[in-house]
Design a binder for this molecule. Structure first.
Ligand code: ZN
Ligand code: ZN
Length: 370
């Protein structure tokens, strides 16, 4: 049986915090699938497949509808009352029984990442006047990390530093992008990663595409290579981008690299509790604009990181989210010159009372290899 634990037992305080937010927002029932939201709330989420698995949170009572084959395992991880259903009978009876223990919802909040067929089963049995997403209620809880979560993210970041070294070591002329990606993946696996989430290797002109998929292209002398890798450790994600250059870089490349590095540094220096996410984006973007690269920075400056690789807060133009101690996010400015090369330098930082602490430890200097 596959499942994902966070390695942490959060207890019931997270459920209680969500119930408090539901009362404030006038939500009677929250329906959560086996997603990162469930992992956050229970410290555990069973393997997600087509079998209905649903955590139903009322403001005063909680029930969980589970496939009977997973019941024992789920019971070992949570004190929530379980109502199991067997393959031969289907989930509808168990779902009806769970809902009978909760008040009929006027306002329902559903997990944005749960399966549509689960939602249809639920909608066959309840008729709320309003349906919203639960993510807006959970995000303020999830985006402010506890000390234990920050430690887990720091361990994951340190593991990504080690995998980055393996990826850099694998870069040489004649090797394919896919082979470099495999070197990073193998390093993560040997180091105990539960899951390798992405190993993006973009060489030469491929670097100009921010979400390039590692291909069979062979690295060549003169290539700039973007290495963007991330994995899961104890349920928490890593994400780092560094660059290798094969042979001596051109003056044009070095100018772009210096500008992106400066943007990364300026964004980090702007991090303080009380400033907005939009101000962090502005710090990076204005640096690249001043260097003439404004039109070539084609994405947001960063994203939150935790149980998911991409989660709130979003570090983007105009974002009003006010930074708080314990928030963790990426700072990853980039410049993309189609037909030539791309540059991106990405770190994970945590907001502390005195500013940003870098969880990513890898040196920022361009690695130049023959
Ligand atoms: Zn990344
Ligand atoms: Zn990222």
């Amino acid at each position: 049986m596959t499942h994902t634990t966070t390695g942490l037992r959060p207890g019931s305080e997270r459920l209680a915090a969500l119930q408090a937010r539901m009362r404030e927002a006038g939500i009677d029932l929250a329906a959560i699938g086996p997603t990162a939201n469930m992992r956050y709330l229970l410290g555990f989420a069973p393997h997600a497949d087509e079998r209905l698995c649903l955590l139903l949170i009322g403001t005063d009572a909680i029930r969980m509808v589970v496939p009977s084959l997973n019941q024992e395992e789920i019971a070992a991880h949570t004190d929530v009352s379980l109502i199991a259903w067997a393959d031969a009978e289907g989930p509808q009876g168990a779902l009806r029984q769970a809902l009978a223990a909760l008040p009929a919802p006027r306002a329902l909040a559903v997990d944005g990442a749960m399966r549509a067929d689960t939602l249809l089963h639920l909608q066959a049995l309840v008729a709320p006047q309003a349906v919203a997403t639960v993510d807006a209620l959970v995000a303020p809880l999830r985006q402010r990390k506890s000390a234990e979560e920050i430690e887990a993210l720091a361990r994951a970041a340190a593991q990504a530093d080690r995998a980055m070294q393996a990826a850099i070591d694998a870069c040489r002329p004649g090797v394919t992008e896919a082979e470099v990606a495999w070197a990073a993946e193998a390093a993560f696996r040997q180091d105990g990663a539960e899951e390798v989430n992405f190993t993006l290797v973009a060489s030469g002109p491929n670097g100009a595409y921010p979400h390039h998929h590692s291909s069979g292209r062979r690295l060549q002398p003169g290539d700039a290579v973007i290495l963007d890798i991330g994995a899961s450790l104890d349920g928490y994600k890593s994400d780092i981008t560094r660059m290798v250059h094969l042979g001596q870089p051109s003056a044009e490349f070095l100018k772009a690299y210096a500008a992106v590095y400066e943007a990364n540094q300026h964004a980090r220096a702007a991090v303080q509790p009380g400033v907005t996410a939009g101000e962090i984006d502005r710090a990076a973007r204005s640096t690249l604009e001043a260097a003439g690269y404004g039109p070539y920075f084609v994405h947001r400056t960063g994203h939150g990181l935790g149980l998911e690789t991409h989660e709130p807060p979003w570090i983007m133009a105009g974002a009003a989210t006010v930074l708080e101690e314990g928030m963790v996010f990426s700072i990853e400015p980039g410049v993309y010159l189609v037909g030539q090369f791309g540059v991106r330098i990405e770190d994970i930082v945590v907001v502390t009372r005195s500013g940003a602490r870098n969880l990513t430890g890898f040196d920022h200097a361009l690695v130049v290899k023959d």
